[in-house]
Each structure stands twice: as structure tokens, then as C-alpha cells.
Ligand binder design. Structure first.
Ligand code: FDP
Length: 339
């Protein structure tokens, strides 16, 4: 019998236990972040459960359909947003919420206010729901300067100020990747326990990868360096084998694959979209040793920053968004590939 393997099977590191362990490294901590993250985890479990029923939409009346009782159901992205907003406010730990779904930031009533600012996209890639392709939630957490006087400028912070960031991918399995600044860890939802279990400790992006990931349908609008780079991926001049192309078109899934397998993901600026398509915060978690050269401006603060934070801490994280829904071209992945 393999006692070591057995010990792992019976000693389950849940996400709550992991975050509590992290908390003990900061004796001054009052447990606010742990509580707040628990509310994010609840939102992710809700979205996961809803997404897994999306294929039954016509039968059950999810995703904007009419259900068997003839009631019109909310679209999943709208519903997910409502669930996240309510779960986050009820934590009593947040003062400003910036959601990709809402044009304006939400300022929390003084009676329920806490110290955190959360930027999030409750359900990114929603155009993929109907065909069952992986989609995800993205989030980033900052600290407000003055809890009694929160201002929109508090949200426009560089990614390096993030306290925590991550994403949850609703795919073959439901995986939550979290960075609280010291490493990136992946947790998989065990549906029978209803718990996220640590399955990918201390993720590091391979230094170099074999994959490039980009929407080549935009090639006619690219600038010359982007065109040359992709040409090099297909026809390497140094005798190395050409790279494989993988593009899901759902940023959480493309970033997750890049994090695990290495390579490069890019959504560059082009003639049609001079700021790229993705929003700043949507792409930043940290500590996995990856390199991103976002000139971050994704759809807003939502997409680029939290994912870069889960991935690396350098240049993209120095960008200060000018407005909450700012977009940015993005290049991220293995260090050598992005260099
Ligand atoms: P979607 O439009 O389905 O919401 O953030 C938006 C996003 O998806 C990303 O998830 C994805 O990476 C990107 O758009 C795909 O854009 P293209 O269709 O232009 O490739």
C-alpha cells in the first residue's frame, strides 16, 4: 500500500484551509480576506452549478429561455452578476465593486462597508455557453485608501497593488486558481463534497512552451511585429519545429492552458481595436513566474489584471488603468516566449 499517496487522499487541503494557513503567516490579519474569499468561492460554486445545467436550458428554462412554468429566466451572465454582487456585499468586507457587467462601479452602503475593492467579471466568454465551451469568472482584490471615503480613483491602481486575484474555470472540471501574492495554487471542485480541493499546488509556468494562441482571423489588421511573430511560430528560421496553435476564444480557458502547458497567449492591438479587446483587470494573477506584457487595458479593470497577477508580477502589473473599463493589448505566458 502506498501510505504517502493515501495520506494525500485523506488529508484534504480545501481552499478555506489553505487560505486560513496563509492567514497565519500574517499575525496582524483579522481574517477579513479569508471571509471575503469565501464569499467569492460561494459565487463560483453557484455559477458552476448553473453553467453545468446550461445545456438543459430549453428543458429547464435557463439562460434567457422560458421555463416549464412559463416564467422567463435571467441570462446566466446577468444572474451570475447578481449572485456575485449580493454575495460580496453581504460579506461586509467590501466598499467598491467593479463588475464587467455594470457600466458604473457600485459603492457599498456605509452600514455594510469593508476595506476591499473587488474588480470582477462574473462570467466571461458567455458567447460560448450555448456550445458548452469552457468559460470563467475573473476577480481581483485591492485595498481602499480610506474606508470611510471610498473613491473611484481607489480602483485605478496598478496590478502590483492587488492583494489577491484569480479565476474560476467552468470546464471539464471546475478549477479555481488563486494567488494571494505568494504563489499560484489551483483547486478543483469536488462536486460530491461541494469543496474546492488543492490539486495544483504552487503552479509555475514552464519557462518555454510549444504553443501559440491568438485569433488569427484578425491577421489582416495586425501590425508588422505581430505578423512577423506569428509567421515565426509557423515557419521558424532556426530549424526548430513549428509551434502548435491552440485558441479557444474564452480568455480564462486560454490563460489556464497557458499557465499549465506554457507557450504564449496574445490578444494584440489591431487596426480595428487599437486597444485590443480584453479588459485590464481580466488578466492578472501572480507568482507563477510568467511574463505578461500587457499594455493592459482589457475590457476594463476586469480581464487583464487579475489574470496577470495569477501569472506574473512584472510590466503589466505596473500599468495604471485610466478608467474602470479600460482595454489593453495583452501578451502573456512563458518567460522566454513573451521576451
Ligand atoms: P467573449 O467575447 O465570448 O465574452 O472577454 C471577451 C472574450 O470572450 C474573451 O473571453 C475571449 O478571449 C475573447 O473575447 C475572444 O475574442 P475573439 O472572438 O475576438 O477572438
Amino acid at each position: 500500500m502506498d501510505h504517502e499517496a493515501d495520506a494525500h487522499r485523506t488529508d484534504l487541503m480545501t481552499i478555506t484551509r489553505h487560505v486560513l494557513n496563509e492567514q497565519t503567516k500574517h499575525p496582524e490579519s483579522r481574517g477579513d480576506l479569508t471571509i471575503f474569499l469565501n464569499h467569492i468561492v460561494l459565487g463560483c460554486k453557484f455559477v458552476c452549478s448553473s453553467v453545468s445545467k446550461a445545456g438543459l436550458a430549453k428543458l429547464l428554462g435557463l439562460s434567457g429561455e422560458t421555463n416549464v412554468q412559463g416564467e422567463e429566466q435571467k441570462k446566466l451572465d446577468v444572474l451570475s452578476n447578481e449572485v456575485f454582487v449580493k454575495a460580496l456585499i453581504s460579506s461586509g468586507r467590501t466598499c467598491i465593486l467593479v463588475s464587467e457587467e455594470d457600466e458604473e462601479a457600485i459603492f457599498v452602503d456605509q452600514s455594510k462597508r469593508g476595506r476591499y475593492i473587488v474588480v470582477f467579471d462574473p462570467l466571461d466568454g458567455s458567447s460560448n455557453i450555448d456550445c458548452g465551451v469552457s468559460i470563467g469568472t475573473i476577480f481581483g482584490i485591492y485595498l481602499v485608501k480610506d474606508k470611510d471615503n471610498p473613491m473611484i480613483d481607489d480602483v485605478l491602481q496598478p496590478g502590483r497593488n492587488l492583494l489577491a486575484a484569480g479565476y474560476c474555470m467552468y470546464g471539464c472540471s471546475c478549477t479555481l486558481v488563486l494567488s494571494t501574492g505568494s504563489g499560484v495554487n489551483g483547486f478543483t471542485l469536488d462536486p460530491s463534497l461541494g469543496e474546492f480541493i488543492l490539486t495544483h499546488p504552487n503552479i509555475k509556468v514552464p519557462k518555454r512552451g510549444k504553443i501559440y494562441s491568438v485569433n488569427e482571423g484578425n491577421a489582416m489588421n495586425w501590425d508588422e511585429p505581430t505578423t512577423k511573430f506569428v509567421e515565426k511560430c509557423n515557419f521558424p528560421a532556426d530549424g526548430s519545429p513549428p509551434r502548435s496553435l491552440r485558441y479557444i476564444g474564452s480568455v480564462v480557458a486560454d490563460v489556464h492552458r497557458t499557465l499549465l502547458y506554457g507557450g504564449i497567449f496574445l490578444y494584440p492591438a489591431d487596426k480595428k481595436s487599437p486597444n485590443g479587446k480584453l479588459r485590464l483587470p481580466n488578466v492578472i494573477p501572480d507568482g507563477a513566474g510568467w511574463r505578461s506584457s500587457f499594455h493592459w487595458k482589457t475590457k476594463g479593470i476586469m480581464t487583464c489584471l487579475p489574470q496577470s497577477f495569477s501569472i506574473e508580477k512584472t510590466r503589466a502589473l505596473d500599468l495604471v488603468p485610466g478608467k474602470i473599463h479600460e482595454r489593453s493589448p495583452v501578451f502573456l505566458g512563458s518567460y522566454d516566449d513573451v521576451e
